[in-house]
Design a protein around this ligand. Structure first.
Ligand code: AMP
Ligand code: ZN
Length: 117
C-alpha cells in the first residue's frame, strides 16, 4: 500500500531503529537525522516516516506530510541557529539521488554557491 515501510529501504530501517542514526528531531510524521557524509557543517536529512520514492510522489499523495517536512526543515534550521540555509531534494539518479525514500537535505553553516553543481 502507498506509504508503507519498504523492507529493502535504508531510511525505513533507520526509522525502525534497525540502522543507527544521530536523530535530531522526530514528529508523528517526520524524522530528522544527521547525514553520515556531511557536505556542510550542518547537514541534516528530514524524511517522512511514510515511504515514498521521491519528493514529488510524496507531495502528490500526502500534501499535509509534505508541509510537515518543510516546516520541520525550518525548525531544525532554527535549532541549528542557521540564518541562511539550503533545502535540496535530489530527484532521480542523474540529479544525485541515491536513496529512494523522499528526503530533504538541510545544508547550512558555510557559504553556498549558485548555481549548484
Ligand atoms: P541522496 O544522494 O540525495 O539520495 O541522499 C542520500 C543521503 O543519505 C546521502 O547524503 C548520504 O550521505 C546519506 N546517507 C546514506 N546512508 C546513511 C546513513 N546510514 N545515515 C545517514 N545518512 C546516510
Ligand atoms: Zn523507505
Amino acid at each position: 500500500m502507498a506509504g508503507e515501510a519498504n523492507a529493502d529501504c535504508l531510511f525505513c530501517k533507520i526509522i525502525a531503529g534497525e540502522v543507527p542514526a544521530t536523530v535530531v528531531r522526530e514528529t508523528d510524521t517526520t524524522y530528522a537525522f544527521r547525514d553520515i557524509n556531511p557536505q556542510a557543517p550542518t547537514h541534516v536529512l528530514v524524511i517522512p516516516k511514510a515511504h515514498y520514492p521521491d519528493a514529488a510522489t510524496l507531495a502528490a499523495a500526502e500534501p499535509q506530510i509534505t508541509a510537515d517536512l518543510l516546516r520541520e526543515a525550518g525548525v531544525v534550521a532554527a535549532e541549528e541557529k542557521l540564518e541562511s540555509y539550503r533545502v535540496v531534494f535530489n530527484t532521480g539518479s542523474g540529479a544525485g539521488q541515491t536513496v529512494f525514500h523522499a528526503h530533504a537535505h538541510l545544508l547550512g553553516g558555510r557559504g553556498m554557491q549558485w548555481p549548484p553543481g
